[in-house]
Ligand binder design. Sequence first.
Ligand code: NAD
Length: 297
Amino acid sequence: MPRVGFIGLGNMGSGMAANLVKAGHEVRAFDLSEDALVRAEQNGCTRAASAVEAVEDAEAVVTMLPAGKHVREVYETSILGTAPSSAILMDCSTIDVATAREVIGKAEAADYRMADAPVSGGIAAAEAGTLTFMVGGNDKAFAAARPFLEQMGKTVIHAGGPGAGQAAKICNNMLLGASMAETCETFVLAQKLGLDPQTFFDIAAKASGQCWSMTTYCPLPGVGPVTPADRDYEGGFAAALMLKDLKLAMEAAESVNAYTPMGAEAETLYARFAERGGAGKDFSAIIKMIDDSWTAR
Ligand code: NAD
């Protein structure tokens, strides 16, 4: 089985690397955090002393880092020119489209195949190997990346050329952020108009207002399927990460002169929610702030 260099073994990377080990790869892991490295070793990875050591002789490289600046730095200082040029490079972090295109451009100039392959699905999906990968890159990069991504996820979709994976990810999450905020204000209004929330759920789930944020991820406890709302909004997808993705979407919109008023409003709401202490809660917890601000008017 091909040897994999894996850099960034935090909340998401840890489970993803463990699944590559389970699939039979030797995974050489590097992270700046000692705790992350200890956990990676417990999951069967081999500890590398540096990012350079993780990728030299690797046949595939996976990075799962916080943001664009980390990705640029790790590729420029430790991967490009160090990993064999035959290695397939996959960045699974969620980063801005411009940096993704820039780094892939540098990789291709150095004769590498590289894909941006951000994920949908949280920590539980990373551990269970059920992530969805949205992949940007040329056909050769996609073909080379696909077998590795399939070992870490259940769905792998080729979104288009370099950066297309990141574009798909932030467009999806802008839609999700705006639709969740809208679902929350709708339930607040419905209750203030005297509607029973479960009855309204049953109606809207069969009517034209239905959407994933309501039917699959209802922000009210006890309504619809079991969701983070039923666990006091713990676990799930943190509001801080939703805010990060909305900021990336707004940056991208500005770069191409796209008018995205609903996405901008969602960004404002999530920024306010994070300021008020909601950053670590599931993103559907924003219903509490919407309910309060409505009451305060
Ligand atoms: P995390 O902060 O838990 O993990 C990132 C890891 O990268 C950390 O362990 C950190 O020490 C390491 N790191 C940072 N700079 C490094 C460097 N120069 N060299 C080596 N290691 C370095 O973050 P996460 O939750 O695992 O998220 C990773 C990426 O996945 C982010 O881009 C995030 O937006 C995206 N994402 C997260 C989720 C989620 O639910 N957590 C879901 C989808 C996408």
